[in-house]
Design a protein around this ligand. Structure first.
Ligand code: ARG
Length: 716
């Protein structure tokens, strides 16, 4: 009896200590309800997602282009990550008024700063539209699937869209096996309320990024404004804070190991059903290529940014974005290898093939077809990465590439009027491409990445302009060749001179304009790539769509008695799990939380990544934690980890306890599980969260924003 009990206890604890894989659809969350309750959820499924009554989903927003935020007051105060607000904060900053560096706190609503271009979307409802979409697509193949999907999606969304009220989207799930409609309410008057100084919001910089243990206070706060009818409206001084259907109470009770943790948000992209062939391409070609290109680009950016504070501000946001995924792909490659994901995938494919045989399915050729498609595409994969990451890295090349249509029109002999119309459209385009560009930096990137393109992309695939460059500038020293070419190009092009450019933009001179050296260079690279290689990338994409649809469709059938979650696709998902420590390697164990003491341990005065303002150092040295210290742990908890399943796009997501109260803000993943988007490893995969008490300590004690706490619903 005792033995049996022991056996069950063991089994039970294994189940419970399992990390919780799966990004579930809120619409179907009742399917997971038992498991969630067992872990400690106290809410009903309707309290999570309901389209009639207010529910948690009404407090979770899609923030900006690719993040999550949550509503934490009845005046629509939004909490998200600092790295999600980073671009907006940077744009509001100047050398003399540097909110990025110093932080920001609006003392009153009147001081909140409008952020043009920033949007916040609330989810209104989700509908299954699989039959309609599938019937319409029928047996279409390749490009036609894309066209037909766009057509039906357009007609479905047209039925629900209403200007300034609803905006909607049809999304594919399980690689085209299911389709859902998402209806949103989109707000455009969003204002900055508060941000920590960068050396807290990004404490540890790229060194600590994607790593645990962590001490970053990665948060910022915004507010959603509406018109007097509580509806979305363009910015106006007469707008008022939106009245949300639901806001999350903030718990200052703290977390303990094994506490229930639930995360809702907008995970962007995972490829959990990627085959071993895909893993091989990523580790051997795509990832190392991207990393090598970005390594160079980032080091050039750094060099120029360090010289001049204004340039630093100009490039801070794009630098952070590039560096984030530079390190991501280093980590992903390392862990795909370490955790033997290729072998793991092969095993899954063998199992799949056994199932195919046993059930006599017409899918015996599926895996060989994958293999064939990858083998055919592999020789061109590097070129695709170079085109996107290296050629298009410089603003001048992007600008030159923008002349593709007018060049085509010119060669087709269209009328002077149409040519002129096309050219006039390029005037604002030029302005936007060159906005915030520092030419000396752009020039260095241009030269260095062209050299790398020349050296790394197979010679047979080179654009002919490389020959011309060597004819005119050839030297033993290839770097010199490209530097000289670049120098002349930037000197002689009319594109960088607004007046010259506008003058050339009339019918009489367009022929001359198209001979501009920067346009000639860019269009030569564009044409070479598009005429010869882009079709291969597209064809590969269509084949992957067909194969993935078949594979995931079969997996749905194979797993019909189990729950199978769809890959992330920037739609709202629910992940549940618990607060959980881990063991990164033999003899090393990581706690589930970090303390503010660690901030002082890592602190390095004057360092780019580990500096802290004197005022903060002072508060920390005095251990002045206000009401936010953890009584049991004897300090201020800064960050904690859970075993939730999240990915990029979840940044800023609320971490909630069993009562749906906010306990933290999710902001990162950990190094040992960097292969997580391809395969979830239950031993290592963790979500890194800023503790709600750490955030409130910074708001209150560092930024003097106690008034913000007064508008929240605090649970002590
Ligand atoms: N790795 C984090 C994410 O993708 C972003 C962290 C931003 N911080 C930084 N040092 N770049 O969600």
């Amino acid at each position: 009896m005792k033995k049996i009990l022991f056996f069950f206890l063991l089994l039970g604890s294994q189940l419970i200590s399992r990390a919780d894989e799966g990004m579930w659809m809120p619409l179907l969350i009742s399917q997971n309800y038992d498991a969630m309750q067992r872990l400690g959820l106290k809410l009903t499924p309707e309290q999570i997602y309901d389209i009639n009554k207010s529910s948690l989903k009404d407090a979770i927003v899609h923030f900006g282009a690719g993040c999550t935020g949550e509503i934490i007051s009845d005046k629509a105060l939004v909490l998200t990550n600092h790295h999600c607000g980073y671009d907006a904060i940077t744009k509001l900053s100047s050398v003399s008024n540097n909110f990025l560096m110093n932080g920001f706190m609006a003392k009153t609503q009147a001081e909140e700063l409008p952020c043009p271009g920033l949007t916040v979307k609330f989810l209104v409802r989700i509908e299954d539209v699989t039959d309609r979409v599938k019937n319409f697509i029928g047996n279409a193949y390749g490009k036609e699937v894309e066209t037909k999907f766009e057509e039906i999606a357009k007609s479905i969304t047209k039925e629900v869209n209403q200007e300034n009220v609803f905006e909607s989207d049809v999304k594919s799930f399980y690689a085209g096996n299911k389709y859902y409609l998402f209806v949103y309410q989109k707000f455009t008057d969003i204002r900055l309320v508060s941000a920590p100084p960068e050396n807290l919001g990004k404490f540890g910089g790229d060194t600590d990024n994607w790593m645990w243990p962590r001490h970053t206070c990665d948060f910022s706060m915004f507010r959603v404004y509406s018109n007097n009818d509580n509806k979305p409206a363009a910015y106006s001084i007469n707008n008022r804070p939106y009245s949300p259907k639901h806001h999350l109470p903030v718990s200052l009770k703290g977390v303990q190991e094994n506490d229930y943790a639930m995360i809702m948000g907008y995970p962007g992209r995972t490829t959990r059903y990627l085959t071993s062939y895909g893993v091989d391409l990523a580790t051997s070609v795509s990832n190392p290529t991207l990393v090598k290109i970005r390594d160079k680009r980032l080091s050039i950016m750094r060099e120029e940014m360090e010289k001049d504070m204004a340039v630093d501000l100009q490039y801070a946001s794009s630098y952070a974005g590039l560096a984030n995924y530079w390190k991501y792909f280093i980590g992903q490659t390392e862990q795909l290898k370490n955790l033997r994901i290729y072998e793991k995938k092969q095993k899954e494919e063998d199992e799949f093939n056994d199932w195919v045989k046993a059930n006599d399915k017409d899918l015996k050729k599926l895996m060989p077809d994958y293999q064939k498609a990858y083998a055919e595409y592999t020789p061109y994969a590097k070129h695709a990465t170079f085109y996107r990451e290296a050629f298009l890295a410089s603003a001048l090349a992007r600008l030159g590439a923008g002349f593709e249509n007018i060049d085509k029109a010119y060669n087709a002999g269209v009328s002077d009027d149409s040519l002129e119309t096309l050219c006039k459209k390029l005037i604002p385009f030029r302005k936007s491409v060159l906005n915030n560009v520092f030419i000396p930096l752009d020039k260095k990137v241009f030269s260095a990445l062209n050299l790398m393109y020349y050296q790394d992309v197979s010679k047979a695939q080179h654009p002919s302009i490389f020959n011309d460059i060597f004819e005119d500038y050839g030297s033993e020293d290839w770097k010199k060749t490209f530097d000289d070419f670049t120098e002349d190009l930037y000197e002689s092009t009319a594109l960088l001179d607004s007046e010259k450019f506008v003058n050339l933009c009339n019918a009489e001179y367009i022929g001359k304009l198209l001979k501009d050296p920067a346009i000639k260079y860019a269009l030569n690279v564009v044409r070479n790539y598009k005429d010869n290689y882009e079709a291969k990338t597209n064809q590969f994409g269509y084949e992957m769509f067909e194969l993935n649809r078949a594979y995931q469709g079969a997996l749905l059938e194979k797993n019909k008695n189990k729950l199978m979650y769809p890959d992330a696709n920037s739609t709202m998902r629910v992940s549940y799990g618990k607060v959980s420590a881990y063991t990164p390697k033999d003899a090393v164990s990581f706690k589930y939380y970090t303390l503010a003491d660690g901030l002082l341990e890592k602190y390095k005065a004057g360092d780019k990544e580990f500096d802290l303002q004197p005022k903060i150092v002072d508060l920390l040295k005095k251990r002045d934690y206000g009401d936010y210290a953890d009584k049991n742990l004897g300090g201020l908890v800064t960050c904690f980890i859970t075993n939730n399943d999240i990915t990029g796009g979840n940044s800023g997501s609320p971490v909630m306890n069993g009562n749906g109260e906010l306990i933290g803000c999710a902001f990162d993943g950990n190094w040992e599980a960097m292969s997580g988007d391809v395969a979830f490893d239950t031993r290592f995969k963790r979500t890194i969260c800023a503790d709600a008490r750490y955030i409130m300590w910074v708001v209150d004690k560092v930024l003097g924003g106690h008034h913000l706490l007064d508008e929240m619903t605090i649970r002590n």
